[in-house]
Design a protein around this ligand. Structure first.
Ligand code: ADP
Ligand code: MG
Length: 704
């Protein structure tokens, strides 16, 4: 058997031919390292063993049973076959069915014992399982508790991924793999070896060992992240933005239907001071303001100043929905100011794109609003001098710098609804000045927030009906899209947790529609195409939908003033800052608004976090609590697929529970290394330099 190292192509593995290699490449997997760093997205908790007698309908668990009857295969319609047999443990009997897997009749001989894992069905006393996973079981020999579940693509299967990863692990020549972490970091944090950690994260014998392995990868990510940020900050400092003359702000304010709040005036003043200062290197400013505090006006002011000075400006939003909304709102304002503004998103028709790109290059378009589509290489500006990014925490930091490159060092304005506490902001955006919009526009009403459990379901549905009956609209947010993740255990699992079941948006919408047939219920989730999501969102905005059941895709920025009720299911699964964002979707019009957090969690920590939501509407207060409880996870790009869709850097191993201290320490280690080797040229830093570069590179490739 040959040996492989990190740089070996996956083609070298048995079972990886041209076709499969292509599918793997679609997931960014080219080398053995890519493959081994393709971590499970969750684990099946096969160690969750139940007795037949106690197994509940619908629960996903293991049953250890002995085969009781010879498997019998029957032909069904078409070419389908069905193989059935029964098995038992000390407490009862279970019928097991497989479809189109005749070979299993050879495996399941009467008297042999297996651990069966899957969804359990129960009708009265009759218990059954369909196509369970299984492993031979011998009394006294431990089977792994956790089974990896990998992110997949194309026609790849879990089995296949498991197999090629195992073979890569056995063939890996540990002497040759490059550890990117400085020895000091490994020692001081008592991290396991890379080889051990790789083996363990893919095949953990226990949750504790998996955690230990994961900790190492968390550090790798933090360390590479810290190096990349530190290097990009240096790069950013090289820019030179044009100095603007003062603009006619009275004219600007006069086109709005309202007057600015004092806070908006102040922040716009700070923006103006940055961009008109001859001695400064240009503006690099982060504007933090709670949801609804009116950040858009500040962005518009900055763009107006750039255009009045004869330059172009760009506004980048993390989703098409949000970009479109900005375009609709600001388009009206800009038209009154004779500013020509266009919208450029991934879904913009090619012909239209071409025209916009031409206009941006020849300077006939003043402003462009868009998504990360703005970052593609063929978008070029004639003379852009300002880049605004909205809802910054949704973007990778590197994307910001990629957009900055397009202005050749222009002014940068970043807007965030997550009130990033100052210390954390300094670490992550050390080069940015901070403005806080600490005042809400007048007339904003507090959103009354309640925490309820399952026993309120009927009353809550009644309330939905009542709101819709009065012509109002309702958001319902669920943590999952479909039922597929039932019974899986993620990185944020705690042993001994008995967690409430996850509500999934698809089933929820179905059930609710049946229950309330007179209401128009719609579904929206992250797996839908951007154009489909936009369609649903705009029908909701125009009042054609009463109840929108969705995943957190609606989290950011969308403005539907007629929506007055926000219901969050499995609220225990969300961070406080995220809940605050979600709650910010309602209370935007003149009607009284409510937020109902539904949780059946018994965990006291979870409940006290949720209680905090019912006590305050103040975003900064909530952010501080969140940071204290969970660490800076919400401020970092997260590990879920979501961030990657937005083109951010997805952390694979960093969980939301990691604390600020580790992040700070990572910056410390990075600083030490960079002080000796500022450009990562030294031989001992070659391995990490490659990944830092990839970090920049992966942003370029993931945004196209
Ligand atoms: P966010 O800070 O969440 O981006 P927006 O800029 O979207 O907030 O503003 C939220 C809502 O408040 C919008 O409907 C906007 O028109 C309105 N708004 C903004 N500034 C003011 C103001 N000074 N007075 C009244 N309404 C305002
Ligand atoms: Mg906004």
């Amino acid at each position: 058997m040959g040996s492989v190292n990190f740089d070996t192509s996956v083609r070298y593995l048995n079972g990886v031919g041209e076709k499969r290699a292509e599918t793997l490449a679609n997931m960014g997997i080219y080398t053995i390292r890519d493959l081994l760093y393709h971590f499970p997205r969750a684990y099946q908790h096969r160690g969750n063993v139940r007795f037949v007698a106690e197994a509940e309908d619908g629960e996903t668990a293991s049953l250890i049973m002995t085969v009781a009857s010879q498997p019998h295969t029957a032909m069904l319609k078409g070419r389908m076959t069905m193989t059935k047999f029964s098995a038992f443990d000390g407490t009862g009997k279970c019928n097991i069915t497989f479809f189109n897997q005749n070979y299993v009749s050879k495996i399941f001989t009467v008297g042999a014992t297996f651990r069966f894992y899957g969804k359990i069905q129960r009708k009265g006393k009759a218990v059954s399982m369909t196509s369970p996973a299984f492993e031979p079981y011998t009394e006294g020999i431990a089977l792994p508790e956790f089974f990896p579940v990998y992110p997949l693509s194309g026609n790849l299967t879990q089995n296949y991924m498991g197999k090629i990863i195992s073979s890569a692990l056995t063939m890996l020549n540990e002497a040759q793999i490059e550890d990117i972490l400085p020895e000091k970091l490994v020692k001081e944090n008592r991290l396991p070896s890379l080889g051990w950690a790789l083996n363990t994260i893919h095949n953990p014998m226990s949750y504790e060992l998996m955690e230990k392995a994961r900790k190492r990868f968390v550090w790798e990510e933090l360390y590479v992240f810290a190096l990349a940020i530190s290097l990009s900050k240096k790069k950013a400092k090289e820019g030179n933005a044009p100095v603007f003359a003062k603009s006619d702000m009275d004219r600007f304010y006069s086109v709005f239907p309202f007057s600015p709040t004092n806070a908006q005036r102040r922040v716009i003043g700070e923006i103006e001071a940055d961009m008109t200062d001859e001695r400064a290197l240009g503006m690099s400013r982060l504007v933090c303001g709670d949801v609804g505090s009116g950040k858009t006006m500040c962005a518009a002011a900055a763009m107006y100043m750039a255009v009045s000075n004869g330059y172009q400006a760009a506004l980048m939003a993390p989703t098409e929905i949000l970009a479109t909304q900005h375009y609709n709102d600001l388009g009206v304002i800009f038209a009154k100011l004779d500013i020509r503004c266009e919208l450029l998103c991934g879904s913009t028709p090619a012909a239209k794109k071409r025209i916009i790109k031409k206009g941006l290059l020849d300077g006939s378009i003043d402003c462009v609003i868009g998504t990360h589509a703005l970052l593609t290489d063929d978008v070029e500006f004639g003379n852009a001098a300002l880049i605004v990014t909205d809802e910054q925490h949704r973007f990778g930091v590197m994307q910001r710098s990629a957009l900055g490159d397009k202005t050749k060092g222009g002014h940068i304005l970043v807007m965030s609804a997550t009130p990033i506490p100052r210390t954390l902001a300094l670490i992550m955006y050390g080069d940015l000045s901070l403005s806080y919009i600490d005042e809400m526009p007048p007339g904003r009403k507090k959103v009354s927030t309640f925490l309820v459990d399952e026993s309120y379901r009927a009353r809550m549905n009644g309330f939905i009906e009542k709101q819709a009956g009065e012509g109002r609209q309702v958001y319902i947010v669920c943590p999952a899209i479909e039922g597929e993740d039932e019974g899986l255990v993620g990185f944020d699992y705690h042993p001994g947790d008995s967690r409430p079941k996850l509500k999934n948006a698809t089933e929820y919408a179905d059930t609710l529609q049946k229950l309330l047939p007179n209401l128009r219920v719609a579904l929206m989730h992250g797996k839908m195409k951007a154009s489909e999501k936009d369609k649903v969102m705009s029908s909701f905005a125009s009042g054609e939908i009463d109840v929108l059941v969705s995943t957190t895709v609606i989290e950011v920025g969308v403005n539907v003033p007629n929506a007055t009720l926000m219901i969050v299911e499995n609220a225990e699964r969300f961070g406080l800052s995220q809940l605050h964002q979600l709650r910010g979707r309602v209370g935007r019009g003149q009607h009284k608004s409510w937020c109902i957090l539904v949780s059946d969690s018994k965990g006291t920590e979870a409940l006290s976090r949720l209680e905090a939501m019912t006590e305050t509407n103040d975003g900064l207060e909530i952010a501080k609590k969140d940071l204290a409880i969970r660490g800076p996870g919400d401020f970092l790009p997260d590990k879920s697929g979501n961030t990657r869709q937005h083109g951010g850097v997805a952390f694979k191993a960093v969980s939301l529970c990691d604390n600020t201290a580790d992040l700070e320490a990572a910056f410390g280690y990075a600083g030490e290394v960079l002080s000796l080797d500022p450009k990562l040229d030294n031989p001992e830093n070659q391995a990490v330099a490659k990944y830092v570069e990839e970090y920049f590179g992966s942003i370029r490739s993931s945004v196209n």
